[in-house]
Ligand binder design. Structure first.
Ligand SMILES: Cc1cc2nc3c(=O)[nH]c(=O)nc-3n(C[C@H](O)[C@H](O)[C@H](O)COP(=O)(O)OP(=O)(O)OC[C@H]3O[C@@H](n4cnc5c(N)ncnc54)[C@H](O)[C@@H]3O)c2cc1C
Length: 294
């Protein structure tokens, strides 16, 4: 097992907050053959009571630990093909969704995913939580996913119904028993939650602060009471605690100023915002970003 798993690896760069973090065990999937070693890793994890965490870019992860006691599995599976006659996109899970959306547009004149230009994260991450923006969701043109089932140790295919997508959720997120290897999308038709003619690239430039963040930190409570508005109302917009702060540009963007800093500063601000919003509005703010603890 020592041959397969690296030990005490620095994973600071694997969360977009860039807080200082290490993992006790680390494995990289660089080729499809590496997926087959998962059987041994799963056996090891069961023997030692360790959970697994798959990561691509960590654009939705806050590491709330100094040393992670579980096994981090970093996905690097890249390759895609687009059939311009049938409009079928076949793509490995570690390709960036933003990059693929740009490639489709620039190289194939396929503009259906234009709204995903500017959306951080991988295809796997986007399918995992059904990422979406400006009315377009990952599930809309989803056909099927090829996955490694951690329980059966077999490669399986899940269609759209079996993938059970709903708002920022799916069977992958709900069960955490699949590693998403490859996904097929049918881009021959437009399906969307709602139509939008927003200039997504300009919009992101204007409202999104650049720097270390995972995008919107809390879920919106309602249209009237967005998380950003609530945080602003309780006076936390541009509130700084050591090197962590709520952005001046967008109050729901929790950020860090310096790489390699302490996650405790972020947890302090999360608790503070929750408490202040609860005390004033009786609303429980819920994190949209996944907080990883031992
Ligand atoms: C500036 C900014 C703006 C954003 N705007 C939006 C937005 O408009 N809309 C939106 O929906 N999101 C938005 N996000 C959030 C982010 O884009 C998504 O959460 C992204 O889909 C996560 O992808 P990732 O590959 O980085 O996943 P990670 O953060 O690495 O992982 C997230 C989760 O997915 C799981 N996962 C990842 N890959 C796999 C795989 N291959 N198999 C199984 N599980 C896997 C991980 O285990 C983890 O639980 C934004 C983030 C940032 C930083």
């Amino acid at each position: 097992m020592e041959k397969l798993l690296q030990q005490n690896v620095d994973i600071t760069h694997l969360s977009n907050f860039k807080t200082k973090a290490k993992t006790k065990y680390y494995y990289e999937i660089n080729h499809i053959e590496d997926v087959f070693h998962m059987k041994d890793i799963i056996a090891f994890s069961k023997e030692n009571n360790l959970k697994l965490l798959f990561i691509w870019g960590g654009t939705n992860l806050l590491f709330a630990f100094d040393i992670f006691e579980w096994i981090v599995i970093k996905n690097n599976l890249k390759w895609f093909a687009y059939d311009r006659v049938k409009n079928i996109l076949e793509v490995y899970s570690s390709e960036s969704i933003w990059y693929i959306a740009e490639k489709l547009e620039n190289d194939y004149g396929q503009k259906l995913w234009h709204r995903f230009i500017g959306l951080p994260g991988s295809i796997g991450g986007a399918v995992f939580w059904n990422a979406g923006c400006f009315g377009l969701e990952t599930q809309n043109n989803f056909l099927e996913a090829e996955v490694y089932n951690l329980e059966s140790g077999k490669i399986e295919k899940l269609n759209k119904i079996e993938s059970a997508f709903w708002y920022r959720n799916s069977i992958f997120k709900q069960t955490e028993k699949y590693f998403i290897i490859k996904v097929k999308f049918d881009l021959s038709f437009l399906e969307e939650k709602y139509s939008s003619d927003v200039d997504n690239i300009q919009f992101r430039k204007e409202i999104q602060p650049s720097g270390n963040s995972c995008g919107s930190f809390f879920k919106n409570h309602s249209k009237e009471y967005s998380a950003g508005k609530l945080i602003e109302e309780v006076g936390l917009k541009w509130y700084v605690h050591n090197t962590a702060f709520f952005s001046e540009k967008h109050a729901n963007f929790l950020m860090t100023q310096v790489d390699n800093w302490d996650y405790r500063d972020l947890l302090f601000l999360i608790d503070l915002a929750k408490k202040k919003v609860h005390d004033r509005f009786w609303i429980e703010l819920q994190a949209e970003v996944r907080i990883i603890q031992n």
